[in-house]
Structure formats: structure tokens, C-alpha cells
Design a protein around this ligand. Sequence first.
Ligand code: PMP
Length: 274
Amino acid sequence: NMIYFNGEYVEDQITISPDDRGYQFGDGIYEVIRVYNGKLFTAKEHFERLLRSAEEIKIELKLTVADYIAICERLVKENQVETGNIYVQVTRGNAVRNHIFPESSEPVTFIYSYGSERPVQGMREGIKVITADDIRWLRCDIKSLNLLGNVLNKQKAHEAGAAEAIQIRDGIVTEGASSNAYIVKDGAIYTHPTDNLILNGITRQVIKQCAEENHIPFVEKTFGMDELLAADEVLMSSVSIEVTPVIQIDDRTFNVGPVTRQLQAAFEEKISSL
Ligand code: PMP
């Protein structure tokens, strides 16, 4: 399997230094990009987000959006990925351990691909989720390698026999541990606005576009636990789960509704027209 590593293409293995700040501080950023039918989906949007994350934490990237896309296309071709993912990671680089940024360090970048089937069962039947305190930091808009808050809540969900955790901060629903969260009420979709408390999901951007094209109101407004539990439909989204309905939150059950089905159909159209 071909891997891109700091400007070169290598087979199977790369060597990461113990001084990599990604290991010591989680001092880096990442992206996960979907491949459908051997083609990259919304790659430009992903790399624009990577550039933004880099800027927010002051990592100077050497590559442009077009460079990154060309690397991904080469990996998809060489590794013959049909349905799968591309994982991109950039850290601040290697330096003797010190919280302060090194005077000079080259970013360490690797990009690899792997096959991964679409989440058909969850999309068709819906998933069970739990609610959990959002214990993350206050810059959830940066797609940073620091994922402990997300990991702990995802594990909590897993141990409860659930697929995802809907996180709540100060009584407000923010997002999932690795997905965005939405409710449908009286035909309109509601989701947390894109501020520092959530990641601006690329799938969320596609869903917003699908909603607009289908004349479904897309309202970026916060909502609390009461509104969550009183929703007509609940759904979650990410590159990995696409548009997935929620059929249970803690002890409360929900039906998969028509707005979710309409969004799924519209999303499928976007994939087909790649
Ligand atoms: N929020 C969080 C915390 C995530 O980790 C993810 C997955 N990267 C998302 C939302 C969804 O983002 P995307 O649609 O770009 O996968």
C-alpha cells in the first residue's frame, strides 16, 4: 500500500520520531476524506478546512489545496481504492520536548488510503445513541489531533451498546463525538451554528446544500435537551456515517422520518453525480 510521507511516496511503512509533537502534545491537525467509485468526494472542501485548521494553530503548510488533491488522486489510483477513506495528518514537526513552538521545525505530513464500506445498515435502520457531557476544549472548530474528549464519550457510548454520543454543553446540544447532530421539527432542520463549539462538518455543508435544493428550511440555531427529546426526527452526519437517522436516545425511541429519507436521497444524488 502506497503512503505519502513528507514529500515522498513509500510502501507500507513510515517512521515517526518520538520527538514528533503530534505524539507528545497532539500538536497537529487531520482530515478524513471519502472515496466513492474511485473518486474523491468534496476533497476541495476538506483541504480548505485543513488549511484553516493549520492557520488557526499556526502551522505553516507547504502544499496548496491542488497539491493535496493531486497526492490523494495518486494514492487512490495506485492503491486501487473504490470505496474507502483517505487519512491526512500534519503535525508541527519534530523538536526536543517543550510546550513552546520550536524556532524552526518542518511539518510532518502523512497521507494514506484504506478501503471502507458504506454504513448501509445504520443509514437504513438508524442508530442508538446516548447523551453525554461535552467535556472538550473551546476550539472544537479546529480539526485537531487532540481527541480525548471525543474518545472518552465515544467509548462511553460503546459501553452502553450505542453507536454515538450526542454531546451537551451548558444544556445545549453541540454535536456527536465524531459527527454533527440535527433535529427535525415541523418540517424544518435545526442544528448548532458553526462557531467554536462544533466542527464545521463537510457532510453538514453538503446536507445544508441538499436542504436548500429541496426547499427544506435549514435553521442554524441552538437547541437543548427538551427540544432534542421532543423532535420529530433526529439525525447525525459525518464522512463515515453520511446521513444516519437516530432511533434511540438514552431510553427514548424515535422513528426514521420523511425529512431524513429525503436528505439521504439528495445525498445519494450528490454521490452519483461525482
Ligand atoms: N464533529 C466532529 C467532532 C467530528 O469528529 C466529525 C468527523 N470528522 C464531524 C463533526 C463531521 O465532520 P465531517 O462531515 O467533515 O466528517
